[in-house]
Design a protein around this ligand. Structure first.
Ligand code: FAQ
Length: 327
């Protein structure tokens, strides 16, 4: 079945850990948590900084597509819920920047890396929110995908990241339900409302599947991240889990997923689905998505306009510290 170059998962894991110190390997083998003051291989630290920073940036940039609808939400109730959700995403970004800082990096440097394009954020936030139904599709599909990806991160080997994820996941579950409820209301409303919900799902389905990253055979970081206990499942395994979870939910919504090849495969015990065109993901990551430029321009402008707030906060903190010193 396999060619000669097949490596068992255990052998692959052992190879990935060859240059890792024995004590660290033992910690990972016993599922122990790595804490900020523990010794850790440099490459482990760098991988965590990369992933946690990208994750934090995604939460912050992810406020933009939904923020676009706060002023146009269809009722006061919807507006209040959406404002709370967008505020939650800001909170997630802050927990994650704090988790990254425990690895010895500076938040200002991470922001600089985002603004100069040296660090990435999730591809999904480079798509426009054209209608109110898109807010529902983001909650249902994007937060749904985020939960599938992030629940295993609650068992990540790095303590501060794992602990941040516990709280983030609780809030994401609420977000997913609010998106489902928006779409349920629309899909059981007028024909025009149902068509709007279907159109949003049609546009967000494949981009949501791409959130899980490139396929396993084209994912340079996965093997090592899994050996280190940072990632617990491969990109494709999580994508499959998401499809299996979402198909019955789409039926409950009375909406169709835009993939005629989706069907239950008795032998695999999973849903089959169409091959994904990953050239779109790579283009969006390169900066060529529909909204990359707009998202970054907005982010950089907001950061520049907020300089006085940071300066005032720093001046206040310095004054407090001087006062405490004098006491
Ligand atoms: N977008 O080798 P892999 C949210 C990059 S949820 C952009 O497979 P890895 C909640 C990847 O960085 C969204 N870039 O990489 C919310 C790497 O590039 P590099 C955020 C992507 O790290 C909801 C290269 O491709 N969630 O924000 C993407 O092992 C609603 C090769 O890929 C997280 O960040 C992508 N989709 O696996 C907020 C979760 N996929 O750095 C507001 C934590 C891959 O080597 C509203 N992160 N790349 O130059 C992860 O689980 C992982 O980092 C993956 C990628 C799975 C995203």
């Amino acid at each position: 079945m396999y060619g000669n170059d097949y490596e068992t998962p255990d052998a692959q894991r052992a190879r990935q850990l060859e240059d890792t110190p024995e004590s660290f390997r033992e910690l990972l083998a016993t599922e122990g948590r790595v804490e900020p003051r523990d010794e850790m291989p440099d490459a482990y630290r760098r991988t965590l900084v990369r992933q946690i920073a990208q994750h934090a940036h995604s939460e912050i940039i992810g406020m933009q597509p939904e923020g676009n609808w706060i002023s146009r939400a269809p009722s006061l109730r919807r507006k209040a819920i959406l404002m709370a959700k967008v505020q939650d995403e800001a909170g997630h970004g802050l927990y994650l920047y704090a988790a990254a800082e425990t690895l010895g990096v500076d938040r200002a440097d991470l922001l600089d890396a985002l603004h100069s394009g040296r660090q990435k954020y999730s591809s999904i936030f480079n798509y426009p929110t054209l209608t109110w139904a898109d807010v529902g599709a983001i909650g249902w599909l994007v937060d749904g995908a985020a939960i599938v990806n992030q629940v295993p991160l609650c068992r990540c080997s790095y303590g501060p990241y794992a602990r941040a994820m516990v709280r983030v996941c609780k809030e994401e579950s609420f977000h997913q339900r609010q998106g489902f409820e928006i779409l349920h209301t629309l899909s059981h409303g007028s024909p025009a409302q149902k068509a709007m919900a279907q159109d949003a799902v049609d546009r967000y389905w494949f981009p949501a599947l791409m959130m899980f990253g490139p396929p396993d055979d084209n994912s340079p970081n996965s093997a090592r991240s899994m050996a280190w206990g940072i990632k617990r499942h491969s990109n494709d395994d999580l994508r499959q889990r998401f499809v299996d979870m979402t198909v019955p939910q789409a039926q409950a919504l009375d909406l169709t997923l835009p993939d005629p090849e989706i069907r239950w495969n008795e032998d695999r015990g999973h849903h089959d689905f169409a091959e994904i065109d990953f050239t779109e993901l790579f283009e969006v990551i390169k900066g060529n998505g529909p909204c990359n430029q707009q998202r970054m321009e907005h982010k950089v402008r907001a950061h520049e306009e907020g300089a006085w707030v940071r300066e005032a906060a720093a001046a206040f903190a310095a004054k407090q510290a001087a006062g405490e010193g004098a006491a």
